[in-house]
Design a protein around this ligand. Structure first.
Ligand SMILES: C[S@@+](CC[C@H](N)C(=O)[O-])C[C@H]1O[C@@H](n2cnc3c(N)ncnc32)[C@H](O)[C@@H]1O
Length: 913
């Protein structure tokens, strides 16, 4: 087992990351084996328990009676089983089994109670008693590790001492194992970023990986369900999104699918969308787990009703109001200043809760009771108005205090107590402590007479913090404090608090709405394991950049061999002014002084000991995706499912054909177009979708193949279509899709040589799938020819006798199939190199964010160890030099502004001098 090495003086300034030696993951296959992977599973059906009439009726034909009786029977049966196990002297295993039965009985009672609650109804709810989710495997597409990038840059060579694949967390399973034994092997834990619909991904986590009951906290920040077009950002580098602006509409298939399903019936569909996801989220949570749902005031009440239904009102923990940066300035009424977090426990009785504390003046709650001051000479007085308002400082050496009650309402002692020559009685109440205790308070100058009463003196320093409550007014820090990546980014202070309150280091956190990756970032910062999911490539591209380039404090580990799961170190420390600045603070109470006890101590979980001068970076993580492949159409499912899928496929092809007929224009860069005529379905075809003539083109017709409706064009689809088009003597093949797999894309480029017919990839705008939602779509924007990166691989100077290579990204090429020429653009948001590409998945060894300061934080932190030129490379278009690896090929992945990934593989044998 790998030991987590704590950074020491000897490796100051190098970058370190946390490891999770005790945690495992089930092995997922890498994308390179996707075509061979056969372990398919049937879709999963989830049933709701409600859709009952709001009035619980027990007679007639009401289905509530049947459900109610079933639950009563279940509770009775489980209680009887538990009783049986506990009779006599139970063995330990019998106690465990009895607890299991009690938990099921408790669940049945919870469901029974829930049936009597009023609930929210909406269009379509009563008709939809269950829903089905495809059970799709996840494939690993990319492995990332900041440490691996830094190591590659260090000597510009593969360090034989360092196991690079280990830095990426790559267990290197043989292909046969990946195909035949995926989801069986256990691997070391690696954090995960997943592209796909949250429902499909959560279902996959539950049913391919058995992750049910293993997630400690879920942070969900869904679109707020207020207007179509909000809450997502279609471009990597454009943060301002106009509502319903055609230009800003997303162009990604999975994304559009999600939104189409979500908003077809407006709020009604939105509530169904949320309920489905909450049902699966609940299954993933461990019994002590929590979920936070972020929402605005428009739908807070509805979402609360839905969450009550799924989790049970008993499990509602709190509604947190947190200040947001930008409120909607309503000129005719109050401007909104906050958003909300709905916090639910899987089981309120078992919740894991770590209280947080804030400074007396922070957290948005005032410190007004502390309005007295004790001067350095011991004299006491109330603060002046100017002192209270902070206009005048309090005199040096003085202490602030408040006066507090010495009596309590409940039974205790009643006696006369003498203080400074005067006798005091507790009146109708009781003293809070004994006469000796009062004596101790007096001796320690903790008593003060004010008016006719005697009071306790509580210094502000007795407990320098106060418990965090549900009003978080200090979270609107504004863009200048935190880097803003995404239009709807949540302040990391908000997410950090949720992480800290409900998890311990090493626990697993899930965010099914990743966005710019705030939850992953906060989980990484606090040493929690994470999985984050988004249906859109744009936010995932932003999240990947944010995590790769982030730096964090190194929190000292209690037990290095266990990693963060062993906990962090907390200490009591004071600064030169005597203020408590450590993670342990004293909690002096009346009771501890009265009884002469040592004061209690409180742990501030957000203040672990920091090992200074160590730069911590994000640990290894992988990018996975669910995107179903076209083979899914052939997958052996139930006959009806297969029949309905092939039906869908036929109607989709027909729809596409009709659209091509009505909008026969293919758009190229630079306002150029190709116009088609006589578009029709080909006769007796095996794999082609359409044929047409090109206006002013050659007389021979061209062929079309349409990719799948909800997935990427595969290599096999291209190959079969090209073979048929070539055999039938078409002049050109147009491969049309919403997305394309990298190897399919390569085959399109090489089709003329490989199959004997030139081919072009035509990107179809996913707006097509939105039906009536986008009524004013311009036909010239439906089909466009998509770019491919142009790169040059060169031999660099030899180093220690070993050949070095470098890659230059020349730009994105867009091929013009009419003029047969390439048009060029050279500004991309990100590009990556895998300097030893194994065709199974992409190991990011160099990551470039051209013309940005993305790597600035690391550059500053590691300036002693890395030459400036290294960082210049990472902000440019020429790679740092590298050696060829075992596979003698380099893969270059370019991310375009839409978050699309374009991949090119180059052999290192034929690099130009
Ligand atoms: C409000 S944003 C989350 C922002 C995030 N809290 C942050 O700090 O950046 C909501 C995200 O959910 C994603 N999303 C919407 N529907 C989804 C679905 N069905 N599955 C997965 N992600 C979805 C959107 O793409 C968007 O990035």
């Amino acid at each position: 087992m790998a030991k987590t090495k704590s950074p020491t003086k000897s490796n100051f300034e190098s970058a370190e990351n946390y490891k999770y030696p005790g945690s495992v993951n089930l092995m997922r296959p890498e994308v390179g084996v996707q075509a061979q992977f056969q372990k398919r599973k049937a879709p999963q059906r989830y049933r709701y328990d409600d859709s009952l009439s709001p009035i619980l009726e027990w007679d007639g034909q009401n289905p509530a009676r049947e459900r109610g009786e079933a639950r009563i029977a279940r509770a009775e049966q489980e209680l009887a089983e538990a009783k049986k196990k506990l009779s006599g002297t139970p063995e330990p295993w019998e106690i465990v089994a009895a607890n299991g039965h009690l938990a099921i009985a408790q669940e049945a009672v919870r469901e029974l109670k829930a049936m009597g609650n009023p609930f929210l109804n909406w269009a379509g709810k009563a008709e939809r008693l269950s829903f089905e989710v495809p059970t799709i495997p996840l494939f690993i597409h990319e492995r990332l590790s900041t440490k691996a990038i830094l190591e590659t840059l260090k000597g510009h060579r593969r360090d034989k001492q360092i196991d690079m694949l280990d830095l990426w967390g790559d267990p290197q399973h043989p292909i046969a194992d990946q195909v035949l034994r995926a989801y069986e092997h256990k691997d070391k834990w690696v954090n995960r970023m997943i592209l796909g619909d949250s429902l499909v991904v959560m279902n996959s986590l539950l049913h391919y990986e058995n992750l049910g009951g293993q997630v400690q906290m879920i942070y969900m920040d869904p679109p707020y369900g207020v207007s179509f077009g909000s809450n997502f950002q279609p471009f990597v580098r454009k943060r301002d999104v106009g509502h319903n602006d055609d230009q800003d509409m997303t162009r990604e298939p999975e994304m559009v699918q999600a939104y189409r399903d979500t908003w077809e019936l407006g709020l009604h569909s939105y509530l169904s969308y949320l309920r489905d996801r909450l049902v699966l989220a609940r299954e993933l949570l461990t019994s002590s787990g929590s979920i936070f749902v972020q929402i605005s005031d428009e739908n807070l009440h509805h979402v609360r009703e839905v969450a009550d239904e799924v989790f049970g009102t008993d499990n509602a923990v709190a509604i947190i109001d947190f200040a947001k940066t930008s409120g909607l300035a309503a000129s005719d009424a109050l401007a909104t200043a906050c958003d909300y977090l709905l916090w639910y426990a899987k089981d309120r009785a078992q919740i894991k809760y770590r209280p947080l504390f804030v400074g007396r003046s922070s957290g948005g709650e005032s410190a007004t009771p502390y309005s007295w001051v004790e001067l350095a000479n011991g004299q006491r007085r109330s603060m002046t108005k100017e002192e209270r308002e902070g206009v005048t400082p309090i005199p040096t050496g003085s202490k602030i205090f408040r006066i507090d009650n010495l009596t309590k309402p409940g039974p205790g002692s009643r006696y006369a107590f003498e203080f400074e020559g005067r006798k005091y009685e507790p009146g109708k109440r009781w003293w809070g402590t004994t006469p000796e205790g009062m004596g101790n308070l007096g001796k320690k100058r903790r008593l003060i007479a004010v008016g006719n009463g005697l009071y306790y003196v509580r210094y502000a320093n007795d407990f320098p913090v106060q418990p965090l409550r549900t009003l978080w007014a200090d979270t609107a820090t504004g863009g200048f404090v935190e880097e803003k990546y995404y239009v709807v980014q949540t302040n990391s202070k908000v997410v950090s608090r949720c992480v800290l309150m409900t998890t311990d280091p090493g626990d697993l956190v899930l965010d099914p709405t990743c966005g710019s990756g705030t939850t992953a970032y906060c989980a990484e910062q606090w040493g929690r394991r994470w999985i984050t999911v988004d249906t859109s490539r744009v936010p995932l591209a932003l999240a990947r950049q944010r995590l790769l380039t982030a730096t964090y404090d190194w929190y000292e580990l209690k037990d290095e061999s266990r990693g963060p799961a062993g906990g962090f170190v907390y200490k009591r420390r004071q600064n030169s002014k005597g203020a408590e600045v450590g993670g342990i603070v004293p909690h002096v109470t009346l009771k501890s002084i009265a009884n002469n006890e040592r004061p209690e101590e409180e742990v501030l979980v957000d203040r672990p000991e920091i090992q200074s001068r160590v730069t911590r970076v994000t640990g290894p993580f992988c990018v996975e995706a669910t995107i179903p492949t076209p083979q899914d159409f052939e997958a052996a499912q139930s006959e009806t499912a297969a029949a309905s899928e092939s039906q869908t496929r036929v109607s989709f092809t027909d729809r596409m054909l009709e659209i091509l007929r009505r909008s026969p224009v293919l758009r190229l860069e630079g306002n150029k177009t190709v116009t088609l005529k006589s578009v029709r379905s080909p006769a007796k075809t095996l794999s082609l979708s359409a044929e047409a003539l090109v206006q002013n083109g050659v007389e021979k017709p061209v062929a079309f193949i349409f990719g799948p409706e909800n997935g990427a064009v595969s290599e096999k689809l291209v190959y079969q279509a090209a073979k048929e088009a070539s055999a039938k003597n078409y002049s050109h093949l147009y491969v049309t899709g919403f997305a394309i797999q990298p190897n399919a894309r390569m085959l399109v480029e090489q089709c003329a040589n490989v199959v004997g017919i030139p081919a072009t990839y035509v990107q179809a705008t996913p707006d097509l799938m939105m039906g009536d939602l986008l009524k004013n779509m311009r036909s010239s924007q439906i089909f466009s020819v998509c770019g491919l990166p142009e790169v040059q691989v060169r031999n660099g100077r030899k180093r220690d006798g070993i050949a070095q290579y470098e890659v230059e990204l020349l730009g994105l090429d867009v091929f013009d199939p009419v003029a047969m020429e390439v048009n060029h653009g050279d500004d991309v948001p990100a590009w990556f190199l895998d300097t030893d590409y194994n065709e199974l998945c992409f190991h990011v060894s160099q990551a470039f964010f051209p013309r940005t300061g993305a790597w600035e934080k690391l550059k500053k932190a590691l300036k002693a160890e890395y030459d400036t030129s290294v960082w210049n490379h990472l902000a440019g278009t020429i790679s740092a030099p590298f050696e060829a690896g075992e596979h003698r090929q380099v893969a270059i992945k370019v991310i375009d502004d839409r978050g699309n990934e374009l991949l090119i593989v180059k052999s290192l044998g034929d690099a130009k001098r």
